[in-house]
Ligand binder design. Structure first.
Ligand SMILES: *Cc1c(COP(=O)(O)O)cnc(C)c1O
Length: 375
């Protein structure tokens, strides 16, 4: 039998050949979008810290205070002895923010999806996920044993067709979508999804990882999941819904039961961040306004969120554009297949309230003058 390292060397060589080998680059952050990547200081358009709250002095103070008072770690899972009183305030605030009866905080957004979906669905059931739904919804859909299908991205006709063909043969049905899609920045047609869910007797679950605070979402799914690690600059995930849903998940979501509770500092900083966000309308409007300004400058389709893809098609072109911007002091991720479909390699910009207008203008000018985007 070949050794583990021999097998892995072969696999890595194959990935490298396809240009799919990735490396961790040590990157530190000193304020919301100033990063030091390797040895290079850069202004980042690649963070999901939409309001710079990970670096907010009051948020940091809340984390420090909680650590000093309660220690660095939770010591146990929530159902055993890790359910710190700090959770109660955060969950109440999350439920209010989402307009639901209750909310439940998980160890991360990934763990929330991995816990919620298998707690609700089994092999008698059907799951229909948007083609562009996040990897953790896809993973959760697979591990629960339900019949798992994907509908073309935001294509309600395709969703209806799949439901008309397959709904009847299954007991329960769950539709999965994102409010704001993480790689394209576009939004799901929530009102229509709610209508379809009603019509075909399905439950609807939305992943609001990139929506919280950034966009107003009047049409809400019955099950709303999200993360504390993006807009709130902290860490952890949550699900919001009816009291019955939360009561049920507390005793059935395996990723909640078998994983240690969050550190007190993390809970306290998320709570503080949410308070700051709720109190400051100007702050909430900034990321989307910057994204809109950027798309206007480039003459591309108007932004629908704080995420703007500049699709370049070719992998090498996307890498070259990212390198060019790096030379000018800007960090923008080049996103390539398999993260996105073939021939849609892109620069993925995320805008934060902490960006400066001049940098946004400079980046747009560079993309235009170097011929990556033609106005
Ligand atoms: C980031 C992200 C997650 C995972 O959240 P974490 O808290 O980082 O684990 C889930 N869904 C979407 C759409 C995301 O972008």
């Amino acid at each position: 039998m070949p050794s583990l390292n021999d097998v892995l060397a072969e696999k890595i060589a194959l990935l490298a050949k396809k240009g799919q080998q990735r490396r961790l680059v040590s990157t530190s952050r000193s304020d919301a979008m100033q990063i030091i990547r390797g040895d290079t200081p850069l202004i980042s358009f690649a963070d999901n810290d939409y309001f710079g709250l990970s670096q907010h002095p009051e948020v940091i103070a809340a984390a420090v205070e909680a650590t000093k008072k309660y220690g660095a770690g939770a010591g146990a899972s929530r159902l055993v002895s890790g359910n710190h009183p700090l959770y109660e305030e955060l969950e109440k605030k999350l439920a209010t923010a989402k307009g639901t009866e209750s909310a439940l905080v998980f160890g991360s957004g990934y763990l929330a999806n991995l816990g919620v979906i298998p707690a609700l669905m089994n092999s008698n059931d059907l799951i229909l996920a948007d083609k562009f739904a996040h990897a953790c919804m896809i993973d959760a859909g697979h591990i629960c044993g339900a019949n798992f299908m994907r509908f073309a991205h935001n294509n309600m006709e395709h969703l209806r067709l799949l439901l008309a063909t397959h709904r009847e043969q299954h007991q329960n049905c769950l539709i999965l979508t994102e409010t704001v899609f993480s790689m394209d920045g576009d939004r799901a047609p929530m009102a229509e999804l709610i209508e379809i869910a009603r019509e075909f007797d399905c439950w609807l679950m939305s992943d609001d990882a990139h929506g919280l605070g950034v966009i107003q979402q009047p049409d809400k799914a019955e099950i709303q999941m999200g993360t504390l690690s993006k807009s709130l600059g902290s860490y952890g995930g949550y699900v919001a819904g009816s009291k019955m849903l939360i009561d049920y998940l507390q005793t059935t979501a395996r990723s909640l039961i078998y994983s240690t509770a969050l550190p007190p500092a993390t809970i306290a900083s998320a709570t503080k961040a949410l308070s700051i966000l709720e109190a400051d309308e100007e702050l909430r409007e900034a990321p989307f306004a910057y994204a809109t300004y950027f798309t206007q400058l480039l003459g591309i389709e108007p932004a629908q969120s704080a995420i703007v893809p500049v699709i370049l098609g070719d992998n090498d072109k996307a890498l070259a554009a990212s390198d060019m911007l790096k030379e000018h002091g800007y960090y923008v991720a080049a996103i390539r297949p398999p993260t996105v479909p073939e021939n849609t390699a892109r620069l993925r910009f995320t805008f934060s309230a902490t960006h400066h207008k001049e940098d946004i203008e400079k980046v747009a000018e560079l993309l235009l003058t170097k011929g990556y985007v033609t106005a």
